[in-house]
Structures are given as C-alpha cells and as structure tokens.
Design a protein around this ligand. Structure first.
Ligand code: NAD
Length: 310
C-alpha cells in the first residue's frame, strides 16, 4: 500500500513518521523547499516528548518531482493550501485512491469532491498535536486520537480494514458516525479560542481568566450553533462551551497559544476563512445573520494584511 502525505508539516510528518516506522511505504510531498531539502539530506529529525528518536529518511519531494500512483493520500496542508496542493498531486491518484483529510476547520469535503469520488473521501478530526522545530525537524508531544468517516459509505469494509492497518502504527483512529458533529464541535472551539487569543493577544489560560469573556464565547457559539443546525449538524453548544472551559487550566491547554495565534506571529496566513469565515459564508446561504463571525474574520484578515503575512 503506497501512502502519500500531501503536505508534511507538523501533523503530516508526525503521522508519516509513525507509519514509516511501522514499515509502511510512505512518501512526503511538500512545497517548503528547505524542509524537503533537509529531510532528503539528513532525514526527518524526530523529537517526541523531548526525546530525540533519530533521523528517518522518508522519501520527500517537491510536488513537481513526485511520480507514480498512490493508494492512500493524507492531505495535511493548512486549509487555505488544500486546493492548490490537490491540483499539484491529482495526477498521483488512481480510480480507487482514498483521501484522508484531518484538517481543522470546515468546508473541506466540498473541495475534495472536485478531485475524488465521495466514497473515497475519509473526513476526520484529530486531537493529536504536533509541531516543527524548524525545517526537517518534527518536535511533538503527547498522544492523541482521530475520528473518521467515509463521506459516502460504499464498500465500508475496505475502509474499516484500512483503519485497522493505520491503527497498527498507533494512529488511534475510531470510525464514527458522529464525525461531522465532532468536526463542528472542534471548529466551534477554534472559532473562539484561536481568534480571541489572537485578537486579545493572550494565551488560553489568560482568556479564561476574565469571566466576562464568556460573553464573547457565547456570541460566537450562538452563531455557530444556528448555522450548524441549518446545515443539519447535531450541534450541542453546551458541549463546545465545556470543551473550551476544559482548556483553561494550565495543566490542560492553558499555557498554549493556539495555532492561529502562532501563524499570525510567525508572519503566515491563517485558517480564518475555514473557521469564522466559513460560518459567515454558510450563514449567508441560510439567511442567518452572523455579525460576530463577520467582524472577527475581517479583523483577522486586517491583522494579516498589516503584518504583511504570507
Ligand atoms: P503546518 O503549518 O506545520 O504545515 C502545513 C504546510 O505548511 C506544510 O506544507 C508545511 O511544510 C508548511 N510549512 C510549515 N511551516 C512553514 C514555514 N515556516 N515556511 C514555509 N512553509 C511552512 O501545519 P500543521 O500544523 O501540520 O496543520 C495541518 C492541518 O492540521 C491544519 O488544518 C491544522 O489546523 C490541522 N491540525 C494541526 C494540529 C497540530 O497540532 N499541528 C492538530 C490538529 C489539527
């Protein structure tokens, strides 16, 4: 089974490393020249829980250089890079290639459907975390799990076999009919914590320390719940609110600055259009006003522009 990682940043390289270590045939494709060069020349340096686990020579290419056909493709770009990456790798798919998408945010199935049959799209959500310590260096902590669902359940047996095989490498995937709900619940959390920590300039614990921020949280969640329900998603706003509160203590995620905050600080574009921006877009379709998400999206884009993020 040939597995391609279309995007081998923090999360892609972590899953790719786990599968490679379990003797799977793994290839990375990435557009970041220095990252590709370092992995090719020195191997992917893997540090997990502060332990240096060595260097792994996972075949890594720039999108123009890769050849052949792949059976499973993990897309692991940032949301706004997904379509461009699919354009670059679509010639590597055969009729039955399965795509696994665990990107944060909303709206990815619509993009994937332009490239692959619905029965071959496995959409998911993950609580694994990962980071890069520079180009060619994976620096990650802890463990995690993935929830996954085949968008159109044809030949589900094949998918379940694939899940078992990926789990042999420790990915900890649960096939779940509730995946869409989980995707929206995680997006709800990100629409609050990623954006407000960035705009207020604080970590998650600091956001939680001011009681009145609950009004900000609810202003966003009210819109997400209304739009999600119009989309047919069984959203439970209390669950999202509790998930957010559970991140506040320093012992959980309180000391963390969310990924959107880090992208903003590092001069990179953010995933805002797939979070609050997608709520605004869907709100218009369903005739549901989303003034809070509209303003947040504009403010994040304004900050990206002023910072000259790319
Ligand atoms: P990432 O930014 O590490 O990688 C995405 C792409 O950007 C890769 O192609 C990578 O090579 C490139 N890139 C990374 N740093 C770069 C730099 N300094 N210069 C140029 N290019 C660079 O993204 P990620 O964290 O792997 O996230 C992929 C998807 O998974 C996103 O949708 C994210 O929200 C989601 N996700 C991430 C985590 C996590 O802990 N990293 C957890 C859950 C979900």
């Amino acid at each position: 089974m040939k597995i391609l990682f279309a995007g081998a940043g923090a999360l892609g390289s972590r899953f790719g490393y786990m599968l490679f270590k379990n003797n799977e045939d793994v290839t990375f494709v990435d557009s970041w020249e220095e990252h590709v060069r370092n992995i090719t020349n020195n191997g992917l340096k893997v540090i997990i829980d502060e332990v240096d686990l060595g260097n792994y020579y996972i075949p890594t290419y720039h999108p123009d250089q890769v050849r052949g056909k792949y059976d499973v493709v993990f897309v692991a770009t940032k949301s706004m890079q997904l379509r461009a990456m699919l354009e670059k790798v679509k010639h590597l798919f055969h009729d039955d290639t399965k795509i696994i998408c665990i990107l944060n945010g909303l709206g990815h199935v619509e993009t994937l459907k332009d490239y692959i049959k619905e029965e071959n799209i496995l959409i998911g959500v993950t609580v694994w975390t990962s980071g890069l310590g520079g180009p060619g260096v994976l620096n990650a902590h802890g463990t995690g799990k993935i929830e996954l669902k085949q968008v159109k359940e044809i030949n589900l047996d094949e998918t379940l076999k694939l899940v078992d095989r990926l789990n042999d490498a420790g990915l900890n995937i649960k096939y779940s009919a509730d995946t869409y709900q989980s995707i929206w619940h995680k997006a709800g959390l990100n629409c609050v914590l990623n954006t407000f920590c960035t705009l207020i300039d604080c970590n998650i614990n600091q956001y939680g320390s001011y009681d009145k921020n609950l009004e900000l949280t609810r202003a966003v969640l009210n819109e997400i719940t209304a739009v999600g329900k119009a989309e047919g998603i069984d959203i439970n706003q209390d669950v999202i609110e509790n998930n957010i509160k559970n991140c506040f203590p320093l012992e959980t995620a309180g000391a963390h600055y969310p990924s959107l905050y880090q992208d903003m600080k590092n001069g990179r574009l953010t995933e805002i259009d797939y979070l609050n921006g997608e709520i605004s877009r869907l709100g218009k379709i369903h005739n549901i006003p989303t003034p809070v998400c509209d303003v947040i999206t504009l403010m994040i884009h304004s900050k990206e522009f002023i910072n000259n993020n790319k």
